[in-house]
Design a binder for this molecule. Structure first.
Ligand code: NAP
Length: 294
């Protein structure tokens, strides 16, 4: 298929590279141009509208709601190149209510809109094993099936447009709380003199085990806080989730407490590290360092 992929970040670049590898005709664009953002076999476009010209599908993976709005409807935006029957698919994590606004504006041009945020982080983006949670019409999702298959291992159809983003917020709420539990447990156990090298295998053997711990424990044990999912983006998702909860009149006391940890970690300058670096704030408060094998 002919695809424009917009956003060559941690996630977008490997996703676009997997589309090229699968034989699709791909044009790419990134706000900040740079050699390392190019992909062999893809055409590097000069603007979102240039990338989107003549394609069947425009796929985005951008930081936040504002970025998606700018890229779609700002100067030299995708809107300039939209033609009837095209499909916009958004794998960014953004506001569900803004997604509905963007979809309505696209629909006026006869363009279909699918929100398809992902879970799986950098490793799954690189290996083409992302999990998509999609909102949109079934026939449109079927049309996108070859693209989903090139980038991921599963697609969950969650309902109409907007339901993918709503689901993603519910997923990241759990990731933030699970990791916070893990990080607080590591900090307390260390302070109480428990050997973390013995604790982790116990966690993995018990009902405490989770995908979050499976993914993060090796990084934490190496004290590698380089970004797989940057703290600033998890904080963005916490804000999106609390906003959506407020709109829906739902209270989330656990997430509100975790928001404060992320706010303080960002103030400490950790915003571009992985969100696993929130551990370092807990360690600082406790006066300990969680130690794993080098
Ligand atoms: P990232 O590495 O920070 O990349 C963000 C991308 O958005 C970059 O291409 C950036 O361009 C672009 N961008 C930011 N503001 C923009 C603007 N105003 N206009 C145009 N482009 C703009 O982030 P990522 O980790 O790839 O994440 C992308 C999305 O996927 C986010 O919504 C994130 O929440 C979600 N997500 C991430 C993960 C993960 O583990 N990393 C997992 C699931 C979902 P520049 O290069 O110019 O800055």
């Amino acid at each position: 298929m002919r695809v424009a992929f917009l956003g060559m970040g941690i996630m977008g670049r490997p996703m676009a590279a997997n589309l090229v590898k699968a034989g699709h005709e791909v044009s790419i664009w990134n706000r900040t141009p740079g050699k390392d953002k190019d992909i062999d076999g893809a055409r590097t476009a000069s603007s979102p509208s240039d990338a989107a010209r003549g394609v069947e599908v425009v796929w985005m993976c951008l930081s936040d709601t504002k970025a998606v709005e700018n890229v779609l409807f700002g100067p030299s935006g995708v809107e300039e190149s939209l033609t009837e029957g095209m499909i916009i698919a958004d794998s960014s994590t953004i506001s569900p209510s803004a997604t509905l606004r963007f979809a309505a504006r696209a629909k006026r041009r006869g363009v279909h809109y699918v929100d398809s945020p992902v879970t799986g982080s950098k490793i799954a983006a690189e290996s083409g094993s992302l999990i998509f949670m999609a909102g949109g019409d079934e026939p449109i999702l079927s049309t996108l099936a070859p693209l989903f298959q090139s980038m991921g291992k599963q697609v969950f159809h969650m309902g109409d447009t907007g339901k993918g983003q709503a689901t993603k917020l519910a997923m990241n709420l759990q990731i933030a709380l699970i990791y916070e539990g893990f990080a607080e447990a590591l900090t307390l156990a260390t302070k109480l003199g428990v050997d973390i090298e013995r604790l982790i295998p116990l966690v993995q053997a018990s009902m405490v085990r989770s995908g979050v711990v499976d993914y993060k424990a090796p990084f934490v044990m190496k004290r590698d806080f380089s970004p797989n999912f940057p703290l600033r983006l998890m904080l963005k998702d916490i804000h999106l989730t609390l906003d959506a909860a407020k709109e829906a009149r739902v209270r989330l006391p656990g997430l509100e407490a975790v928001e404060e940890v992320y706010d303080l970690a960002a103030e400490e300058g950790h915003q571009d590290l992985d969100y696993a670096a929130t551990l370092t704030l807990l360690e600082k408060w406790a006066g300990v360092e969680v130690k794993g094998a080098a």
